[in-house]
Design a protein around this ligand. Structure first.
Ligand code: ATP
Ligand code: MN
Length: 483
């Protein structure tokens, strides 16, 4: 299983035993009495310190041991003389695997800005901040699979390349093998996609939902967890062109069950992080405190761990869209015309409205349901007319989080074939184009529901980071696909 990792050495190895450490040098410090080398292998936020006596390491080898170089150190694990670590390695032998010229290696031991680190995304996993984020990302992904597995869901692999944009969830990336310099044309002069690889227009998926529904209509409870692609030309701190989405889809679930699942699921994975990633979360909490030191007290955010525990320990507020509009209409920022966008029944809530509801009014996660039909997708289940509501609504639900805004979007699905087709005609979607989807409503239809959780938005929340480009190893955004 390969060499023992620093995480294990620090937690399991006994003082007096011989250990071999393989990792990258974070710092080297020489004093009169000793040479200290801090080594990290990414298995934990903690470094292990190797200590050598002056003159013990040959001068030409010592020169090669610089920040970023890669070493194999052999020695005895001893109780540390210094503070800051319980144990350290009394070096007996060192081998340099790879050097890192200090004149060129960009990650010198000082504070680097997140913007700068984005430009060196190939090296940033070697920083404390990014290694902590990547370990959390792993732990959360594992927790997602564990949660669904333990609750009787099956992991369904929905296609990455699709022919449908029925969902209309976002702008799509075209997939083609046509020669762009010599596009085949039809007689009318249009691009002839019959000549293309699949014999039709294809794109990268924006959501696995439609195929997910097919799975749920056979296996009852499925989830997808895969990459999705949206060519949204919005340069925000909440949008990526390539992001990972978790989409459970359940037969025999109504909106209420869907809300219960979403809340339970999100709390589970956050609790998992709290229980399994304490070191990394503590580090990120300190990082955030450090970053916000300049801000006045009342603008600083709640300490990270406190915020996560708060979400785990409290019920999400459940509110209808109509109630939310009422709250917004009565709100101070609306009355004082502080909102940039107008508030009235029927609008698609802007992030300033969502943030007011979550951060100012309820001060906790909110599940908004029963949105106007006109602003939601065709497949959402239509509600019976309600005299208290100015217009028709659908059984949609969005989960809104403090500091993030929308983290989950979902709904109960329209299971009635004719209502679904009528709605498709209204919004201009050709039923023929997704005949296979409609057949689930023709053959053994059933009430069902599901939602999509943006994985990176969840990681933003759990890590306390502010920009979605910093919670995925190699972000894809407009004009940015270097690594
Ligand atoms: P938004 O209004 O924030 O753009 P949306 O309404 O387009 O989101 P959905 O189509 O409902 O989002 O997608 C489900 C979830 O996927 C969202 O709740 C969000 O967590 C995530 N998501 C959507 N678009 C992106 C994106 N471009 N980058 C990262 N995550 C996204
Ligand atoms: Mn969007």
């Amino acid at each position: 299983m390969g060499p023992i990792q620093i995480k294990q050495i620090l937690s399991e190895a006994s003082v007096g035993s011989e250990v071999v450490v393989k990792g990258w040098v974070r710092t080297k410090r020489e004093s009169k009495n000793a040479i200290f080398i801090a080594i990290n292998d990414g298995s934990t936020i903690h470094n292990i310190q190797a200590v050598a006596e002056p003159g013990q390491i040959a001068e030409d080898t010592l020169k090669l041991i610089t920040t970023g170089s890669c070493l194999k150190v052999t020695g005895e694990l001893v109780a540390s003389q210094g503070s800051g670590q319980a144990v350290e390695v009394k070096l007996t032998d060192v081998h340099v695997y790879g050097t890192a010229d200090p004149d060129e290696y960009p990650l010198q031991p000082k504070k680097h800005s997140l913007e700068f680190l984005r430009e060196i995304a190939h090296l940033r996993p070697r920083t404390n901040t990014f290694s902590a984020i990547l370990r959390l990302r792993h732990a959360l992904a594992f927790a997602v699979h564990k949660y669904y597995n333990d609750n009787g869901f099956f992991y369904l692999h929905t296609p990455i390349i699709t022919a449908s944009d029925a969902e209309g969830a976002g702008e799509m990336f075209r997939v083609t093998t046509l020669d762009l310099d010599k596009l085949p044309r039809t007689e009318e002069g249009k691009i002839d996609f019959k000549e293309d690889f699949f014999g039709r227009e294809t794109n990268l998926t924006v959501s696995g939902q439609l195929e997910g529904e097919l799975g749920a209509m056979a296996l009852s409870k499925i989830y997808t967890f895969g990459p999705t692609f949206r060519a949204e030309n919005s340069n925000t701190t909440r949008h990526l062109a390539e992001f990972w989405m978790i989409e459970p889809e359940m037969a025999f679930f109504e909106l209420e069950d869907n809300m219960n699942l979403a809340e339970d699921f999100v709390k589970y994975v956050i609790r998992y992080a709290l229980e399994n990633c304490a070191d990394d979360l503590n580090f990120l909490q300190k990082r955030l405190e450090e970053e916000e030191k300049q801000k006045p007290q009342n603008e600083r955010s709640m300490p990270l761990l406190e915020k996560l525990r708060f979400v785990v320990d409290n019920n999400f507020e459940r509110v209808t869209y109509t109630e939310a509009i009422d709250i917004l209409l009565k709100s101070k920022p609306h009355k004082e015309k502080k909102f940039q966008y107008n508030v009235e029944w029927g609008i698609d809530l802007q992030s300033e409205h969502e943030r007011f509801l979550v951060e100012k009014h309820f001060k906790k996660p909110v599940i908004l349901i029963n949105y106007p039909r006109a602003i939601k997708a065709f497949y959402m289940k239509q509600n019976e007319p309600n005299p208290a509501e100015p217009g028709p609504t659908v059984r949609a639900m969005d989960v809104l989080f403090p500091g993030i805004g929308e983290i989950i979007g979902g709904s109960q699905r329209e299971e009635d074939h004719d209502k679904l087709v009528a709605r498709m005609h209204e919004v201009g979607i050709e039923p023929e184009a997704i005949w296979w989807y409609l057949e689930t409503r023709k053959f053994g239809t059933a009430p069902h529901a599901g939602f999509g959780l943006g994985f990176e938005r969840l990681i933003l929340f759990v890590t306390g980071m502010g920009n979605i480009r910093d919670v995925i190893p190699f972000p894809r955004a407009p004009k940015s696909a270097e690594f």
